[in-house]
Design a protein around this ligand. Structure first.
Ligand SMILES: [Zn+2]
Length: 308
């Protein structure tokens, strides 16, 4: 019997997959999604921590006889990508492709090779538009001046993963979504209307690009349907990102839970501070490997009690 700590219930629970593989014992098929990178720079060993953990976890499940479909998205359109591309005077698409390649190279060098499919956000624009349209049709979304937003007051369980009330949720909203004309401060963007010179796609709501949260649910619906077994990612994604995913998918499907088991990894800390790009206290995977072999990093990550 396998028990996994589930962020949704804050408890260790017996792991039992939703579907079964034809001809195999019940409960052996596992659909797992992990939030992938935003490709605008070289990944650091804080990122490596998350991906090594899930790589080892998937290998463990496979070794136990589970048939795992491990899906990971690649965020290849985003404000950070657009800004960095401007700095470097190349197109956002070119920048994203360049750093996607570097990310995959780094994963390969760490022997992270268990992902079944990498899904680029921009390859799912049709699916993203379809989800936004259905959320509008069901009145969970509305048009504001600069795009389509999700109305968090319409989803009665908003905050259940992060254990926040709507008011607390509003305080935690990210700065990129502080546009005018929103109904609630915590409402988040599903479709951003394009500004001059930005990458854009045609949609029934105008030329624009997807918000961050909607890419994951669109990718997951396409490959897994409305419900699946495990969603993973680093702990800082619980709010607002994963909360928003639940709100989108469960509003679309009227089915709950979207995901049976939520698994989050901790941060890699440097002198008690999270290793992050913005704090500048990071070591890239590449620099680390100039000094130590990849096995050192894997051991360093996996010897910790990550499945508490
Ligand atoms: Zn994600």
């Amino acid at each position: 019997m396998l028990k996994i700590y589930n962020t949704l219930s804050r408890k260790k629970e017996i792991f039992s997959p939703l579907r079964q593989v034809r001809g195999k014992p019940k409960g052996k098929k596992v659909n797992l999604f992990v939030c992938g990178p935003t490709v605008y720079d070289f990944p650091h060993i804080g990122h490596a921590r998350t991906y090594v953990v899930f790589d080892a976890f998937v290998k463990f499940l496979r070794q136990k006889g589970f048939k795992v479909f491990y899906l990971q998205n690649i965020t290849d359109i985003d404000d950070k990508i657009i800004d960095r591309a401007k700095e470097k005077k190349i197109t956002p698409k070119k920048l994203a492709l360049l750093f996607e390649k570097e990310y995959l190279k780094d994963m390969k060098s760490l022997k992270v090779d268990s992902v079944t499919k990498y899904a680029r956000a921009t390859d799912y624009i049709k699916e993203i538009i379809s989800q936004v349209k259905r959320l509008l049709d069901k009145s969970f979304a509305y048009q504001a001046k600069d795009g389509i937003y999700y109305d968090i007051s319409k989803f009665k369980n908003y905050g259940k993963l992060a254990r926040r009330t709507i008011l607390q949720a509003e305080d935690g909203v990210c700065r990129i979504d502080q546009a005018k004309g929103k109904r609630n401060r915590g409402d988040f963007c599903l479709w951003k209307l394009s500004k001059n010179g930005e990458p854009k796609w045609e949609s029934p709501f105008g030329w624009g690009r997807p918000g961050w949260h909607i890419e994951d649910t669109a990718i997951c619906e396409k490959h897994f349907g409305f419900q699946y077994d495990i969603h993973g990612g680093a702990r800082d994604l619980i709010f607002p990102h994963h909360e928003a995913e639940i709100a989108q998918m469960e509003a679309l499907s009227d089915k709950s839970p979207m995901v049976k088991h939520w698994i989050h990894t901790g941060f890699l800390t440097v002198s008690d501070k999270k290793m992050s790009k913005s704090l500048g206290n990071f070591i890239t995977i590449r620099d680390f490997q100039k000094k130590y072999p990849y096995r050192v990093l894997r051991l360093f990550v996996l010897k910790r009690r990550v499945y508490k």
